[in-house]
Design a protein around this ligand. Structure first.
Ligand code: FES
Ligand code: FE2
Length: 319
């Protein structure tokens, strides 16, 4: 499966503490754990002894210990001790599978099968990063990404915040492709009654949309009166936990240094709570690349995203 060759976001870095953390990606269960030196490791969340979840165990210095019979595994996944057999040297076959892990933009990422390159590292975004989420959503990851790229819903789903139903028209905009074929909408202008957590009044806001990968996208927002509004960018990170279930985070990048993290998160949570029932109601839950939905000239960016998924050979979460 081509999707398993990319990096996937699996947890906010701040959510992994002393306890091992079970996560799910592409229907596979993994356990994340931090060793004493704060390095993060990702193993299959299944003990090779009797199949118990290692995420129910605990960290023991530089080792992860299963909670069932106490077998211990080092950072390479090798079994180092079997408490019931004192002095026994466990064979190599008692090892647990491990995966590549990386950290970027407040998130922990895993690479499953021979992952290439590195996870997203964004340039040109404001320095302050605030991670919001996770949000578990009962739909396929491409549905969540397409909603993030959709301009025509602001006046209806986010009325009073990101749009106004009396000003629902989507002005013309252009879609281009990055050098590696990712869709971009470099200039999109929208009227927004309350564009951000700190916006006190309506404003024209310039948007720049960019698809980062099949399951991630970035949005830059710049109010026309930029002297009074902070520069902001939002990254959408979707983890396809299963074909029709997605775990979602946002990293908010902002030049606002005054508003507390929680106030920024509350705004983003409120906006996403408006999107969620709509995107969970869409049928089919998988994004229909083969057709069957009515096209709209206002959805150029969606159309480009769908073409991009086809070209990338995506088969997970689409139909
Ligand atoms: S199942 Fe893990 S030690 Fe027995
Ligand atoms: Fe929305």
């Amino acid at each position: 499966m081509i999707e398993s060759r990319w990096w996937h976001p699996v947890a906010a870095a701040q959510d992994l503490r002393e306890q091992p953390l079970g996560v799910r990606v592409l229907g596979r269960e993994l356990v994340l754990w931090r060793d004493r030196a704060e390095r993060v490791h990702a193993f299959d969340d299944r003990c090779p002894h009797r199949g118990a979840k290692l995420s129910l165990g605990r960290v023991h210095g530089q080792e992860l210990q299963c909670g069932y019979h106490g077998w211990r595994f080092d950072t390479a996944g090798r079994c180092t001790a079997i408490p019931a057999l004192v002095g026994f040297e466990p064979p190599a076959s008692s090892a647990v599978g491990r995966h590549a892990v990386a950290s970027a933009h407040g998130m922990l990422w895993v690479g499953l099968d021979g992952v290439q390159a590195a996870p997203h590292r964004l340039a040109g975004v404001p320095a302050r990063e605030v991670v919001c989420g996770p949000f578990d959503v009962g739909t396929a990851a491409p549905r969540v990404v397409e909603n993030f790229l959709d301009m025509a819903h602001f006046g209806f789903v986010h009325e009073g915040f990101l749009g106004d139903r009396l000003r629902a028209e989507v002005p013309d905009y252009e879609v281009t492709l990055s050098h590696d074929g990712r869709p971009l909408a470099p200039h999109y202008r929208a009227w927004q009654p309350q564009a951000s957590a700190t916006a006190g009044e309506g404003a024209w806001v310039d948007y720049r949309y960019e698809v980062l990968s099949p399951f991630a996208a970035l949005l830059h927002k710049c109010a026309q009166d930029s002297a009074r509004a902070p520069a902001e960018a939002y990254a959408l990170w979707c983890c396809p936990t299963d074909e029709e279930c997605t775990r979602v985070w946002f990293t908010l990048f902002t030049s606002d240094t005054a508003t507390p993290d929680d106030a920024l998160r509350t705004f983003q949570q409120a906006i996403f709570a408006q999107d969620r029932p709509i995107i969970e109601s869409q049928r089919p839950r998988r994004l229909p690349l083969a057709g069957g939905e009515a096209a709209s000239a206002a959805a150029l960016l969606s159309a480009a995203y769908r073409r991009y998924l086809k070209e990338m050979g995506i088969s997970y979460g689409v139909c």
